[in-house]
Ligand binder design. Structure first.
Ligand code: GSH
Length: 210
């Protein structure tokens, strides 16, 4: 049994999508970020970083969206969210999930939380640098997908595409939303057409970037 501590539209989204794709039973626990519930003593016991997601797997709290995606995908191979062990495709899957985590998740963190760099609001030069950093990832991924798409692993949809689409969604109010990159937009359109995406919008009460 899984319990997902989540907040709508945040980094917990990829894990919620993975659970829906898998069809495993799970319970949702809302972490009210506006009420700072992520810093409550009870929640910090589960996740000392004070962030979402936390996934409790058979009583064990686990954190980090990329790692949680790997855990779920490996525990449910029949859902085909990850290629079989020992294949070249598996190597590529691991490469992309770690790449997304290292580049986009960390750059977005700074983009959305200026206080982490000591500012209430980013000075224009820092804002521009972070924007460039995020856009350089879109450039690289778009080039990869134009040559080898439509998914990160070519013709095979996988959990890595769920993670990428969640991250693309976060750019919707940025100066250049990711939908300006054609191969990325094509991937997002494919993922947004999946029943798991529709279901997640319903369950999390999301409306934007449907
Ligand atoms: N590296 C973490 C980042 C998680 C993260 O930054 N989550 C944000 C929401 S997208 C959060 O919990 N923010 C609340 C806070 O930091 O106070 C992961 O990938 O799980």
């Amino acid at each position: 049994m899984y319990t997902l501590h989540y907040s709508p539209g945040t980094a917990s989204m990829v894990i919620h999508l993975a659970l829906l794709e898998i069809g495993a039973p799970y319970r949702l626990e809302l972490v009210d970020l506006d009420a700072d519930a992520q810093h409550s003593p009870e929640y910090l016991k589960l996740n000392p970083g004070g962030t979402v997601p936390t996934l409790v797997i058979d009583g064990r709290p686990r954190v980090e969206s990329g790692a949680l995606l790997m855990m779920l995908a490996e525990r449910h191979p029949e859902a085909r969210l990850i290629p079989p062990p020992g294949t070249p495709e598996r190597e590529l899957w691991q490469q992309w999930v770690v790449y997304l985590s290292n580049t986009l998740i960390s750059a977005y963190r700074l983009w959305f939380y200026p206080s982490e760099l000591g500012h209430e609001e980013h000075p224009p030069a820092i804002r521009a640098t972070l924007q460039r950093k995020i856009e350089s990832v879109w450039d690289r991924l778009d080039a990869h997908l134009s040559a080898h798409g439509p998914y990160l692993l070519g013709d095979m949809f996988s959990g890595a595409d769920l993670m990428l689409t969640m991250l693309m969604r976060w750019s919707r109010n940025m100066p250049r939303p990711v939908t300006e990159w054609p191969a990325l937009k094509r991937l997002a359109d494919l993922v947004r057409a999946r029943p798991s995406w529709t279901k997640l919008y319903e369950l999390e009460g999301l409306t934007e970037w449907r």
